[in-house]
Design a protein around this ligand. Structure first.
Ligand code: ZN
Length: 320
């Protein structure tokens, strides 16, 4: 098939959400507590629907099951990636995600390594990233004594930053930050601290998963090393933020025309986060604009972009 696959996002309301997904991208959001846009998703908690072409009306998980030729005949029970946009009007819970092995055993799904491209950040915005415990015992002890200030590491971020969050990393997106998240297709979150917030809907505190957090955290904290690279494809500047076992994430800064060749036989996920451009495949042209999300199937081996836009691209890693 020589066509892109456009997808219709699914929205999730969250205690920490806001109206940013409407304000920034014009999405039709369900409420003023909308936290997550699941843009390219085959996950059962919110599969996105194909909105064009011969597979219009199918869910991405169905397409993965029935047309694996579009995905380079990749193996694997589930489509391995998930692209979201998160609007953190308040801090998210401080959390940890498991690796594939732990997640398979306890949750019957994939583990979760994730990453964030910062679309917007208010001045002074901070993330939680990593911790200060030197042993698992010390980590548990600091949680039990609620020594959050001492335990948690904070990190300032600004627009355009990229943050890689491997499984086992303590983390939270902070208030005033909007990110495009590229992650493994998993919805397993071990919440270790939720700022003692009451959920307005239920009148209760949200559930914590202290033991699972202690089991799965990486100790001591290690700053991951990323294989950052940059190159030009015609008038498109490509920034490779990371290419790791589960996924690669790239920024395409389009300022004119660039011709791309798919050399590795992988499919590519694309999200337009700013501007507009034209995607050309053969003689067919597709207008791309801010807020759109699509997949270029592996059967599309040559394509071009022309215009003035910023896109975040991702593709599966070798262990996805
Ligand atoms: Zn997370």
């Amino acid at each position: 098939m020589q066509e892109p696959i456009f997808l219709k996002p699914v929205f999730h309301e969250k205690i920490w959400g806001g109206t940013g997904l409407h304000d920034e991208f014009g999405y039709d959001i369900p409420s003023d507590h909308t936290g997550e846009c699941w843009a390219i998703s085959a996950h059962p908690h919110g599969p996105a629907e194909v909105i064009n072409g011969p597979y219009k009306g199918m869910k991405l998980n169905e397409l993965w099951d029935q047309h694996r030729e579009l995905f380079g005949n990749a193996e694997g029970k589930v489509f391995p990636l998930l692209t979201k946009i998160l609007d953190a009007n308040q801090d998210l819970s401080v959390q940890v995600h498991p690796d594939n092995e732990y997640a398979e055993e306890h949750e019957h799904e994939l583990g979760k390594t994730e990453s964030w491209y910062v679309i917007k950040a208010k001045p002074g915005a901070m993330l939680y990233y990593g911790h200060n415990a030197t042993t698992r015992e010390e980590f548990a002890d600091m949680i039990h004594h609620k020594q959050w200030q001492k335990l948690l590491r904070k990190m300032p971020v600004k627009e355009g930053d990229f943050v890689y969050v491997p499984h086992g990393m303590v983390h939270a997106v902070g208030a005033g930050i909007m990110v495009l998240e590229t992650q493994q297709s998993s919805d397993t979150t071990y919440r270790m601290y939720d700022f003692d917030r009451v959920d307005q809907k239920t009148g209760k505190l949200r559930e914590l998963h202290i033991q699972q957090s202690i089991d799965t955290v990486e100790v001591p904290f290690k700053m991951p090393t990323l294989n950052h690279k940059e190159w030009d494809v015609g008038d498109v500047h490509v920034t490779q933020f990371v290419m790791a076992e589960y996924f690669g994430v790239f920024k395409l800064s389009v300022a004119g025309m660039g011709n791309f060749e798919n050399k590795d036989g992988k499919y590519v996920l694309l999200s337009v986060i700013d501007g507009q451009c034209v995607l050309k495949i053969g003689q067919k042209e597709y207008k791309l604009q801010k807020g759109q999300h699509l997949i270029l199937p592996s059967t599309v081996t040559e394509w071009s972009l022309d215009g003035d836009a910023t896109l975040i691209a991702s593709k599966p890693g070798d262990e996805a």
